[in-house]
Design a protein around this ligand. Structure first.
Ligand code: GLN
Length: 304
């Protein structure tokens, strides 16, 4: 498969969508990102890397960070993790809190904000230096020591994060948060603020695609079975209330973020990352989703 040619071809096919969608503007730090970026990178399990356009430009990974947080929590808690967070698709927006009230403070899954806030709480009680250890884990996965947090993004999220604050308070009311509410919020926003480029994201996700051997990174150990299950959750819950559409059009486990990034994997074949900041109404990248749809359509291969 000539992936380089395929990626170039995909770019020319998604270009007509360039003006569609809207850059996340709920915080000034995200709103100032130039909307016209497009980057894509595919790493196959044979170690080959294919990249186009802005694949080396870093952006805010936002909710893609929830995958790394889940890996760390699953490693320390194992199956007991599921007592505090579910693994069912939510069918609601990423920042919705309606289900949380009805379901007595147990978030539907770890990839909606409520679930990831519980992960943040678990990490705060399980790791001595959670900020450092999270970053060390991500850096080792992507092989880059310069990947870091963007404090301006994290701080401005905290200043406007009223909905996330409401969610964490509701969780605390239902006794599903152990730590101080403010501490949980700050750590959650810190994780969301990590900046990576498509090359780094594709490399990091290769660890989830290539689960033929042991998963051991920066002190985090997961069995093949656990990785397989993480991928299942990416498949069913990785795109909020568009998980069904993504499954239908793309057919790969993955995770999106409101920074416009999407990382996805084809188990035992490749990991792919795409970035374009303009989002659809569900908070997923317009060009990114289309690019992945074309990838699995042109290759006639998805997990199905
Ligand atoms: N930091 C964002 C929030 O919590 C992340 C949302 C996302 O990427 N979907 O609202």
């Amino acid at each position: 498969m000539d992936y380089q040619k395929l990626l170039e071809d995909i770019y020319s096919q998604v270009l007509p969508l360039a003006g569609e969608g809207k850059v996340a503007d709920y915080i000034p730090a995200l709103a100032k990102v130039s909307p016209d970026h497009f980057g894509m990178c595919l790493n196959n399990v044979d170690g080959e890397v294919f990249a186009i356009k802005d694949a080396d430009v870093r952006f805010s990974i936002q909710s893609i960070s929830k995958v790394f947080a889940l890996a760390m929590c699953l490693a320390v808690k194992g199956e007991t993790l599921w007592k505090r967070v579910g693994k069912e698709p939510s069918g609601t927006a990423f920042n919705s809190l309606v289900q949380l009230e009805v379901e007595h403070g147990i978030p539907r899954n770890p990839f909606i904000n409520a679930g990831a806030l519980v992960l943040a709480d678990i990490m705060l009680t399980s790791f001595e230096n959670p900020e450092e250890e999270f970053l060390a884990f991500v850096r080792e996965l992507c092989g880059s020591e310069t990947v870091g947090y963007n404090d301006e993004v994290a701080l401005s999220e905290r200043e406007t994060g009223f909905l996330n604050a409401a969610i964490v308070n509701l969780l605390k009311y239902h006794k599903n948060i152990e730590c101080d509410v403010e501490r949980v919020l700050r750590f959650y926003f810190q994780m969301c603020s990590v900046e990576m480029n498509c090359m780094e994201l594709a490399k990091a996700f290769l660890a989830f695609a290539d689960h033929g051997g042991d998963f051991r990174h920066a002190g985090i150990e997961l069995t093949r079975s656990q990785i397989k299950r993480m991928n299942a959750i990416m498949q069913t819950c990785g795109f909020y209330d568009e998980a069904g559409e993504f499954s239908y059009l793309v057919g790969l486990p993955g995770k999106s973020g409101v920074g416009g990034g999407i990382a996805a994997i084809h188990p035992h074949r490749y990991a792919v990352a795409v970035w374009s900041p303009r989002l659809n109404s569900k908070g997923n990248s317009v060009m990114g989703m289309k690019a992945l749809e074309i990838l699995t359509t042109e290759t006639s291969e998805s997990i199905f």
